[in-house]
Design a protein around this ligand. Structure first.
Ligand code: GTP
Ligand code: MG
Length: 332
């Protein structure tokens, strides 16, 4: 997935179909002069349905298609034949899509499982044909019901990525490099801040065909929760991850301080993010020799107390198996 194709927010206009009109037909056949009412019911209007598809990762395919309209139901006809239902229209979305009413901003529903579907605009009911209205006192009703109107609504589709592990770190911490090394994803990597502008996803393949999904989001800086930098716009993409992997480079002036800033930004954005399991990876530790590492460990053990941390290097491929083992354990 290239960055320009990542779309996580779209507005669409949806209209369901109107129900078909019930028929007012009277049966007329050669040898049955007073056949009575035989008007059939109108068909149901088509629904507009939002459906989750696990093969989709963004809302890009909806970027240029902003209107969805389902068919009307057909009218009823003679011989009590019911009109056909209008065809439903499907809007396919990735797992983790939240659907809101544009006007009220209220969340209508979220889709989190493959194949899950929800009606977002209900097709109108078909009207009853006159055959239903025959009674002892009225043998020849000449009326039928009109079809019900369809619904029309503007909705917002918003994606919150459903990854197992979300990467959290300052810009340039080595997040994209890690993703590129332990998954097949090919994110852009460079020695400057805010290289990543849109989230990247990768599938980590792990012992005996186990897999989990990792999300790399743009770097977070102090003040992100208030809108500084760009990472805040993507913080919602870690709301659904079950585990957060903090990445702090070994050459950071103060590792624990960076960690505290990141935690604080998450808390300010959404305190529930802190209920997730956390693991800290000290990245780029190929830059440390064993002696320095041992010294840092002494300090970090005290600073991090119960918080699990480990040293990794994506470039030198160190600590990556241990990292995957730890993440897998946390996920299961
Ligand atoms: N020595 C060393 N350098 C690394 C390692 N991992 C990443 N780097 C370098 O760190 C720089 C930043 O790497 P990225 O992966 O782009 O960092 P990022 O966290 O994705 O940065 P943003 O997208 O800007 O948030 C690049 O120059 C990488 O080559 C590592 O394990 N060792
Ligand atoms: Mg990056």
């Amino acid at each position: 997935m290239t960055e320009g194709n990542f779309v996580d927010y779209v507005k669409v206009h949806v209209t369901s179909g109107k129900g078909g009109q019930g028929s007012k037909h009277m049966r007329r056949e050669k040898y049955i002069p007073k056949g009575g009412p035989d008007g059939g019911d109108g068909g149901r209007g088509g629904h507009v349905i939002v459906k989750a598809n696990k093969n989709l990762w963004t809302l890009y395919h909806l970027k240029f298609k902003r209107h969805f309209k389902a068919e009307h139901g057909e009218h009823g006809s003679k011989q009590t034949s019911t009109g056909a239902d209008g065809a439903d229209v499907y809007i396919e979305v990735p797992l983790g899509t939240v659907v809101r009413d544009k006007e009220t901003e209220e969340i209508l529903f979220e889709l989190t499982e493959d194949g899950e579907e929800k009606i977002v605009a209900k097709g109108g009911r078909g009207g009853l044909g006159n055959a239903h209205f025959k009674s002892a006192t009225n043998q020849t009703p000449r009326y039928s019901q009109p079809g019900e109107e369809g619904e029309e609504v503007d909705i917002i589709l918003e994606l919150k990525i459903l990854a197992d592990v979300g990467l959290v770190g300052f810009p340039n911490a080595g997040k994209s490099t890690l993703l590129s090394v332990i998954t097949a994803a090919k994110p852009k990597i460079a020695d400057y801040e805010f290289t990543t502008l849109k989230p990247n996803l990768g599938i980590v393949k792990y012992r005996d065909y186990k897999t989990f999904v990792m999300a790399d989001i743009p770097g977070i800086i102090e003040g992100a929760a208030e809108g500084k930098g760009i990472g805040h716009r993507f913080l919602r993409h870690i709301e659904r991850n079950s585990t957060l992997l903090f990445l702090i480079p070994a050459d950071a002036p103060d590792i624990k301080e960076q960690y505290d800033i990141l935690v604080d930004e998450l808390r300010r954005y959404n305190p529930q993010l802190l209920d997730k399991e956390r693991l800290v990876a000290i990245s780029k530790s190929d830059m440390l020799d064993e002696e320095l590492k041992a010294e840092m460990k002494k300090i970090l053990d005290k600073q991090f107390k119960g918080i699990p941390y480990l040293f990794i290097s994506s470039v030198a491929q160190q600590g990556l198996t241990e990292l995957k083992d730890k993440l897998w354990k946390m996920l299961n």
